[in-house]
Design a protein. Structure first.
Length: 434
């Protein structure tokens, strides 16, 4: 997390984050805030028992939408929608008056696009109406929050929370008293500009995924850098890309073609990190150590996989039945249900073991051991993947030294091109800012 010191815990606050990862984002906001935080969520998420239980734990407040009319948790008609939403907004204002904190996802949806979606005006309307109701004495702070997942599809991958500069809304007082509707829209635009500063964005998902990959070609220890430094370097490279796209399009086109060809060659050869081909001594003994671990731990990892597989696989059909067509949160529900089913499976299996051996203590010991075996199965799978990768790298170095040399030369050439582009952008950036 970066910028936590900017949050004043003694002031009412509205956190305004992007929303890339369903129901996991609120957990990150609560960890960043280090205080209770209420969330606005679409009412249909509370239309089933699992959703109500989970969102209730986050003190979530429902927002009603006409397109959800007729669904579980949705409004009955437009008048009902307005009445229910006004009730929610009233609760929000009361929460802020009592110096509480809440989070509003201004995009109004979870998505995986490479850029921020159109903002809704709800955050601005609640903030402005709360301050007006308190005669502008609440000293409310608006806090933009950028969430950047290293790989949101990969279990145990890293995530960065970037806290932007807070600001109060006192400057909107006169405008709001004169034109409340327009002021809410103006403030929403300001919110988007602030969130733009802490959220990595690109014109498409391919580019957003490619930039960190190119950064790895340039910086040999990119993955070892603190996430905030990875975030800043990636953001600078995206800005440099936009600058060169405008000012040197032919050069960018040539580089893009060469970079795609190089990436395609790496992919064909099964190479994730080209630096591994250039630093053989750093990993020379690693495959043998991994192989020893894999052989010794295989029986226990297999047992852990067997006892965890069925409960984990049950999560998908159950999550689909509960959430229906709501694909924005089904992955998170699968994660929650998977953990729940595995826990239930461990308990049931421990009872069976205890009864079979006629010993409650052995049953309890089994229950304590099962999670460790499940975790070992996960680590074993990751270790096996790393071992196969390193082995193929060493084999490639031994059998195709000419190809490895060519890949190294091409990486150095592309890295020089990127460094030159960054230098051009840095020299021009004051003029770009003007």
């Amino acid at each position: 997390m970066h910028g936590a010191e900017k949050i004043d815990p003694n002031k009412p606050a509205i956190f305004v984050p992007n929303h890339p990862n369903g129901l996991l984002d609120p957990i990150l906001i609560m960890m960043a805030a280090r205080r209770p935080v209420s969330f606005l969520a679409k009412s249909t998420l509370m239309g089933n028992p699992v959703g109500r239980l989970f969102l209730g734990a986050f003190a979530a407040l429902p927002i009603f939408r006409m397109r959800d009319s007729g669904q579980a948790g949705g409004p009955s008609d437009e008048d009902n929608m307005r009445e229910l939403n006004e009730r929610t907004f009233s609760v929000c204002r009361g929460l802020l008056h009592s110096h509480g904190a809440m989070a509003i996802f201004p995009e109004g949806k979870t998505h995986s696009e490479s850029y921020l979606a159109e903002f809704k005006t709800g955050a601005a309307r609640i903030a402005l109406s709360a301050e007006a109701e308190a005669d502008w004495q609440d000293d409310l702070q608006i806090i933009p929050v950028g969430l950047w997942y290293e790989d949101k599809t990969l279990f145990r991958s890293s995530v960065l929370v970037v806290i932007g500069d807070p600001y109060d809304i006192q400057n909107y007082r006169d405008a709001y008293e004169a034109e409340p509707y327009q002021t809410a829209h103006d403030m929403t635009e300001a919110l988007k500009a602030d969130l733009d500063e802490v959220v990595l964005q690109a014109e498409n998902n391919e580019l957003l995924a490619a930039i960190p990959a190119v950064a790895r070609w340039v910086e040999p220890h990119f993955d070892d850098l603190p996430l905030i430094e990875q975030h800043e370097l990636t953001g600078e490279m995206i800005d440099a890309y936009s600058y060169i796209q405008t000012n040197q399009p032919s050069q960018l086109q040539q580089f893009s073609t060469e970079a795609r060809n190089y990436a395609r060659a790496l992919h064909t050869l099964g190479i994730d990190d080209p630096w591994e081909l250039e630093i053989p001594d750093a990993t020379k003994g690693r495959p043998w150590r991994l192989l020893t671990f894999l052989i010794c731990s295989f029986p226990f990892a297999l047992l852990g996989a067997i006892i965890s597989f069925i409960p984990y696989r049950m999560a998908r059909p159950v999550a689909t039945r509960i959430m229906g067509d709501d694909t924005s949160t089904i992955s998170t529900v699968k994660l929650i249900l998977g953990a729940l089913f595995i826990l239930i499976g461990y308990i049931a299996l421990a009872v069976v073991v205890g009864n079979w051996l006629n010993s409650g203590w052995i049953g309890l010991l089994s229950f304590a051991i099962f999670p460790a075996l499940g975790y070992l199965a996960l680590v074993w799978g990751e270790g096996f993947e790393e071992w196969t990768t390193l082995t193929s790298y060493h084999w490639l170095r031994l059998t195709r030294a000419d190809l490895v040399k060519a890949l190294k030369t091409q990486r150095e050439y592309l890295a020089d091109q990127v460094r030159g582009a960054l230098e051009d952008y840095r020299e021009a950036s004051p003029a770009v800012g003007d």
